[in-house]
Design a protein around this ligand. Structure first.
Ligand code: EPU
Length: 418
């Protein structure tokens, strides 16, 4: 099994090109199968999750060609509206086929995702929303069966602005009869891009980027091309490493998607300059402790919480980090403490007391973002770190060790034998 071996405290410098956003491309890929034609998606990151989604789209009958960051999806052959357990259990985003396949075929069978590494992640908003649109939902042998000859527009108000439920319902409602209004919709840039893509496919969605999305149903969608937005979470991960280890420039990035993160990084003392598509960070040798609470967009992303905790482990004082989006997302804490960090968790809050220095250690990753936090800690730490179970990082970061190595880090991939 692969692991990453890091010899820490090497200065970083240079520039790094940010990849396309995982959480944008996955729903876009499922939207593409709503059309009976060929869609070309550009700037597709080569990730385990995009590969899993390709596999799933092929199972439902689409033809996919992925080469050099360009993915062509031909939806004309889609004929099997079913997402099997084996794929859904490895990637919850597989659930994004629910809305599109229901809209296109009038019936769909998708394995119900189970819990995840950091606790329960229900899908009740997706299901209640589809029921409101007129779908009949049943659960049988671990599979959700959704049926509706044609969905009917309605008003749906989410208890929480769920990213996935907003995406799934928006996709399903594009071809519903009449108008659908989604209240308390997610405003994340990835959902904005999904809605813009649906409009490019012929949908009629208004209020994009606001918490009230209005969808006028159309009869059908056609194929369309798109270039995926930059991955703001990958960008944030590199910025947190740069804040400590050296001046680095991120290219092909959208700084406006990172406003909250950039403000926080300035608060710790880092100097940041942006252009329309780049961010340069100058490190600080005295990291001020800064509290942080995650929130839905435009708040600080939960997907950068673990990395922020890693940064705060070596701040000059104590900080308090609260996750309001996922209350149990703290599996990285015991692993960060193996570096000599001083972190205590109480409910959904981590209390971090900065230490002088982290010391390299063997650690194990538990999910995508936890892995990123362990890599950052390994880069900060004195001596050798090995991060095992790195298949998690490969789900969401494109060639992360190559990118860090190009910046000057001493990091490479090995297997269990060394
Ligand atoms: N929730 C419910 N019921 C639902 C749906 C969500 O209670 O039916 C709750 C969740 O349990 C959570 C909150 O609502 O407490 C927000 O969940 P959301 O639905 O927004 O998350 P998601 O769509 O499952 C996406 C990203 C996650 C990211 C979250 C939050 C994708 C493929 N995944 O998940 O990304 O953390 O939004 O921004 O877009 C990652 O990339 O590592 C990752 C986990």
């Amino acid at each position: 099994m692969d692991k990453l071996i890091i010899h820490g405290q090497k200065p970083l410098s240079g520039s790094v090109k940010i990849s396309g956003a995982k959480n944008a491309v996955l729903p876009i890929m499922t939207a593409a199968i709503m059309a009976e034609g060929k869609s070309r998606i550009k700037r597709v990151p080569d990730l385990r999750d995009t590969r899993t989604m390709i596999k799933l789209l092929e199972i439902v009958g689409a033809k996919c060609t992925f080469h050099n960051g360009s993915l062509i999806i031909d939806g004309s052959t889609v004929n099997n509206p079913e997402a099997p357990y084996d794929l859904v259990k490895t990637m919850r985003a597989s659930f994004y086929v629910l809305g599109p396949l229901l809209a296109r075929f009038g019936s769909v069978k998708v394995s119900l995702p189970g819990g995840c590494a950091w606790g329960p992640r229900p899908v009740d908003f997706h299901l209640k929303g589809l029921e409101k649109l007129g779908a009949k939902i049943t659960l049988n042998s671990g599979y959700i069966l959704a049926e509706a000859k044609r969905l009917k527009g309605t008003k749906i108000s989410f208890e929480f602005p769920s990213v996935g439920a907003t995406g799934n319902i928006a996709m399903a409602a594009t071809t519903a009869q009449g108008t659908t209004v989604i209240e308390n919709a997610a405003r994340e840039p990835e959902i904005v891009q999904l809605c813009e893509y649906l409009n490019a496919m012929g949908a009629s969605i208004g209020g994009i980027g606001t918490s009230r999305i209005v969808i006028e149903g159309v009869d059908s969608l056609h194929s369309a091309d798109i270039k995926v937005i930059p991955d703001r979470i990958e960008a944030g991960t590199f910025l947190m490493a740069g804040a400590v280890l050296g001046k680095i420039k991120l290219t092909d990035v959208n700084p406006s998607h990172l406003d909250t993160v950039l403000l926080k990084l300035k608060e710790i003392g880092a100097d940041i300059n942006t252009s329309s598509n780049s961010i340069t960070i100058n490190p600080t040798d005295n990291i001020k402790p800064v509290d942080m609470t995650t929130a839905v967009y435009p708040g600080f992303a939960t997907d950068l919480q673990a990395q922020w905790v890693a940064l705060m482990t070596i701040a000059a004082g104590s900080s308090v980090i609260t996750d309001t989006v996922y209350h149990d997302r703290f599996s990285h804490i015991p692993e960060l403490n193996r570096f000599g960090a001083n972190i205590r968790v109480d409910n959904n809050t981590a209390f971090v007391r900065g230490v002088e220095e982290l010391v390299g250690a063997p650690v194990m990753s538990t999910d995508i973002r936890a892995s990123a936090a362990l890599i950052i800690a390994g880069l900060f730490a004195k001596g050798k770190t090995t991060v095992s179970r790195i298949y998690h990082i490969d789900r969401g970061y494109e060639k992360i060790e190559d990118k860090f190595r190009l910046l000057g880090a001493n990091i490479h991939r090995g297997n269990s034998n060394g």
